[in-house]
Design a protein around this ligand. Structure first.
Ligand SMILES: Nc1nc2c(ncn2[C@@H]2O[C@H](COP(=O)(O)OP(=O)(O)OP(=O)(O)O)[C@@H](O)[C@H]2O)c(=O)[nH]1
Ligand SMILES: [Mg+2]
Length: 620
């Protein structure tokens, strides 16, 4: 006797597959296990409208045909007829959640492309109605080209209609295909998502409130051309704001630290304590803390975009680009976190299942511009790049900062492309993202996020940055230089710097930069405080010069090619020991951190050198 035809119940997680399975099969269920994996096999018997018996299997919920877990692997293998202990199904019963159509239809489109007969159960229509959402099942059926039956699995509504549709589908019980259609490849995911949305919108008769607003906004933010343009424009505005809004609070903080410095100079007798406090502690730490407003402004925007639901859209727009360089969309969130700091970013790569995808993401994470680089960038840009208006509201300084961020992103993507073709070669997999509804951001959440950021930053300033400053100050102040010799050359730090200078002179770096490079390994911002401290030491007892800010000193002392080369160095150089340490931890060994440090140092050296020589040649 031929076994009864088999129909597979498939859909996104939580679409209501199990509820539907129960409604269709009642008590006639059998639970087993697939051989070799810990995935349950749930099968049941049911009869079609014409009385024929069939076997129904309830497959694990999955977002796409690119498996991300053992469960999803089973679903895929069953649908391709490759699962051990399972035959190829005659037909697919695809369950979609009516309240989440655009997300669920993506998978439906992939299933239809498989070539097996498909019937769609438009489930949870009760929830949809409650939300004021009306879906036109007939229209949906026309758009998809397969039967669509509205159901409420938990109330057993639509079950008879489903039995009828399935009877037609199964036909005489022979398997009709299989010719794999389009839609399996990661490259097509964005196209698929767009089609899914278009179909969802076409089949929506009525929607209200937040749902409608979300769809209207998305028609712009996810538009193939307007979407990326908007994303780019938003980021551009953010970087302009970082300079424009931060000026006043930065001046206030600088004035505060200056006042503190004057007070120390007036209170303590000239000597070790006074100089340590004034030059090492206050000057150095003050130089870094000044950048708090800029960091908060940047994070204000990031938090705002996250809280409104826009960030996922940004990830979606970026997904295609990520696929081009062999990364999955899953890499976007870790890379985005790396804009705060590479350490949480690298830790966030744990959500990437594919080991090679994950390793690639770890290796390129230090190229995205972490917030610790912001003080360095803004100090150098503020003092060495002319504050010229290029257009109304568009200043050159903001453009350069934006350019540095973009360069970080572009280089990270290029590095991924190269790594994926060489050291981390292997197939890449796709990623499906749920699009949440847009929301008005909660003031409390944003404020809380900013507060946490501020605390982290100030804690760094008070611990690792302060400690590095003190050490640098001591090393740079002793032994005391005899008359006629510069302290920053005669001291211990000065001599170390002189050795480093030999290596970095060809790329345009001066003695003060060589002094700032080793302490910047503790944290990148320390480069700023190191410059402030060493310039303050050089000024010595000449109070006029000593009270001057570090910015104007750089403006006088550095040529434009040197400043540009220094910026380039900071785009690439693998600074900060914490990043190296977390890479070691996440990759279980020294091999990959060593590789990362080497390739980044080489890049930094070449990029800084090329910039210096091109800028010099161009006569800047
Ligand atoms: N209101 C309503 N709730 C439903 C309906 N169908 C399912 N649910 C509920 O939705 C939740 C998820 O349903 P499940 O049947 O477990 O979903 P599933 O697709 O099997 O989920 P996974 O096995 O995790 O992939 C459960 O709480 C169900 O009770 C429906 O038509 N209407
Ligand atoms: Mg289930």
């Amino acid at each position: 006797m031929n076994p009864a035809p088999m129909v597979a119940l498939v859909g996104n997680p939580n679409a209501g597959k199990s509820a539907l399975f129960n409604a269709l099969t009642g008590a006639r269920q059998k639970v087993g296990n697939y051989p070799g994996v810990t995935v349950e096999r749930k099968a049941g018997r049911m009869s079609l409208a014409d009385g024929r018996p069939i076997e129904l299997i309830d497959l694990p919920g999955t977002y796409s045909l690119e498996p991300a877990s053992p469960d999803e692997q089973v679903t895929r293998d069953v649908l391709f007829g490759k699962q051990e202990g399972e035959r190829l199904p005659q037909a697919i019963l695809c369950v979609v959640d009516a309240t989440n159509l655009d997300n669920h239809l993506r998978f439906t489109l992939q299933l239809i492309a498989l070539g097996l007969p498909v019937v769609v159960a438009l489930n949870m229509v009760d929830m949809a109605e409650r939300d004021g959402l009306k879906i036109d099942a007939a229209r949906l059926s026309k758009e998809l080209g397969v039967p669509v039956i509205p159901t409420v699995a938990v109330r057993k509504r639509g079950i008879d209609a489903l039995r009828e549709a399935m009877a037609e589908l199964v036909g005489d019980g022979t398997v009709h295909r299989i010719a794999a259609g389009p839609g399996f490849h990661h490259e097509d995911l964005v196209v698929l998502q767009r089609r899914a949305r278009a179909i969802a919108i076409a089949a929506t008769k009525e929607e209200h409130g937040a749902r409608k607003v979300s769809h209207t906004i998305d028609s712009v933010t996810l538009h193939p051309i307007m979407g990326p343009v908007l994303l780019f424009a938003l980021m551009f505005v953010v970087f302009q704001a970082v300079f424009a809004w931060a000026q006043a609070p930065m001046d206030a903080i600088t004035a505060g630290f200056d006042g503190l410095g004057h007070w120390v100079e007036a209170t303590f007798p000239n000597g070790f304590v006074r100089n340590l406090l004034a030059e090492g502690v206050i000057k150095g730490t003050g130089a870094v803390v000044t950048f708090l407003p800029q960091i908060l402004i940047l994070f204000f925007f990031i938090l705002l975009l996250e809280a409104t639901g826009y960030m996922v859209r940004a990830a979606f727009i970026m997904d295609r680009l990520m696929a081009r360089v062999g990364l999955s969309g899953r890499a976007f969130i870790p890379l985005l976190s790396s804009f705060a700091c590479a350490v949480p970013g690298i830790m966030a790569t744990r959500t990437i299942d594919d080991p090679k995808d994950r390793l690639t993401t770890i290796l390129i994470a230090p190229l995205t511009t972490c917030s610790a680089r912001l003080p360095v960038y803004t100090l150098i840009i503020g003092s060495c790049i002319p504050n010229r208006q290029m257009l109304p509201f568009i200043g050159l300084q903001g453009v350069v900062l934006f350019g540095l961020f973009v360069m970080g992103i572009v280089c990270a993507l290029l590095a991924a492309l190269v790594l994926r073709k060489t050291v981390t070669k292997g197939p890449s997999q796709g990623f499906m993202m749920e699009m949440p509804k847009y929301q008005a951001p909660s003031v409390r959440d944003v404020a809380l996020g900013l507060w946490t950021r501020a605390l982290i930053f100030l804690k760094r300033a008070g611990t690792i940055i302060l400690a590095s400053n003190v050490i640098l100050w001591v090393l740079a102040s002793y032994p005391v230089a005899p008359a006629g010799r510069l302290q920053t050359e005669y001291s211990i730090a000065g001599r170390i710097a002189s050795a480093i200078e030999v290596v970095v002179k060809p790329i345009g770096f001066n003695h003060h930069i060589a002094l700032a490079l080793p302490p910047a390994m503790a944290a990148r911002e320390v480069a700023v405080s190191a410059l402030a401290t060493t310039y303050a030491i050089d000024a010595g007892d000449d109070t006029d010069k000593a009270s001057e800010e570090v910015g104007p000193k750089l403006a006088k002392d550095w040529s434009l090619p040197t400043a540009l080369a220094f910026l380039m160095w900071f785009v690439f150089a693998p600074q900060c020991l914490s990043t190296i340490a977390v890479t070691r931890r996440e990759t279980n060994g020294w091999k990959w951190p060593a590789f990362m440090v080497s390739y980044l140092f080489v890049l930094a050296y070449v990029a800084a050198g090329a910039t210096f020589w091109i800028a010099t040649w161009a006569g800047l």
